[in-house]
Design a protein around this ligand. Structure first.
Ligand code: E4P
Length: 217
């Protein structure tokens, strides 16, 4: 499973990228707002830093303007994936931009039917939002499994990009289901390293190292 990092924070992306943890980046208007930076400028900086796909979201809601914005975003770098919402207009924009050879990430997906439409429209990525479904007591992981089954049934090449990931557990569950990609905030990716027994075991080893005066260097 590929790891995308869900942020527009350059320092956080750099830290994970240096460790080989970043196969791509996703942004959205809320993350751009949080960065406090100009969308074109910060997106260019991310594209220069990361080799893999960098999702940048359109701001319009009508197909024609989404297409124009998508073309402008795609000029930033070859690794831009234009992100469009899963609306009828978004699907129209997806089809046009995908036919032009651009990577398209169809976002705000909350149902298997929506994912089926995005694949038919030529999406490179479909972004089902796990956490926002979980917030409504709907099992977000079940949606990932449903889309996996449907795409595999018909050999759709659209990649499942599990999004709105809130916990480290979501990451391993997505990997078990077979999501192609999971995008998560930096803190969730770093949190995957944590285990209480690791901390406890290390504390015991450190105590023994000190007690025995064990030295290597
Ligand atoms: C990524 O592409 C999505 O925009 C993001 O994962 C949404 O996450 P949220 O539901 O935590 O805002």
């Amino acid at each position: 499973m590929k790891f995308f990092v869900d942020t527009a924070d350059i320092d956080a992306i750099r830290e994970l990228n240096d460790l080989g943890m970043v196969d791509g980046v996703t942004t959205n208007p809320s993350l751009i707002k949080k960065s406090g930076r100009d969308i074109m400028e910060v997106t260019k900086e991310i594209c220069d830093l990361v080799d893999g796909p960098v999702s940048a979201e359109v701001t319009a809601t009508d197909a024609e303007t989404m297409i124009a914005e998508g073309r402008k975003l795609a000029e930033i770098a070859d690794n831009i994936a234009v992100k469009v919402p899963l609306t009828w207009d978004g699907l129209k924009a997806c089809k046009v931009l995908a036919d032009e050879g651009k990577m398209v990430n169809v976002t705000l997906c909350f149902s298997a039917n929506q994912a089926l439409l995005a694949a038919k429209a030529g999406a490179t990525f479909i972004s089902p939002f796990i956490g926002r479904l979980d917030d409504l007591n709907v099992d977000g992981l079940e949606l990932i499994a449903d889309i996996r089954e449907i795409y595999d049934n018909y050999g759709f090449e659209t990649q499942i990009l599990a999004a709105s990931i809130r916990t480290a557990n979501h990451m391993s569950e997505c990997a078990k289901i077979g999501a192609d990609v999971a995008t998560a905030p930096p803190a969730v990716i770093k949190g995957m390293a944590n285990h209480v027994l690791t901390d406890k075991g290390l504390a015991a080893f450190v105590a023994d190292i000190e007690a025995a005066g064990i030295k290597i260097l």
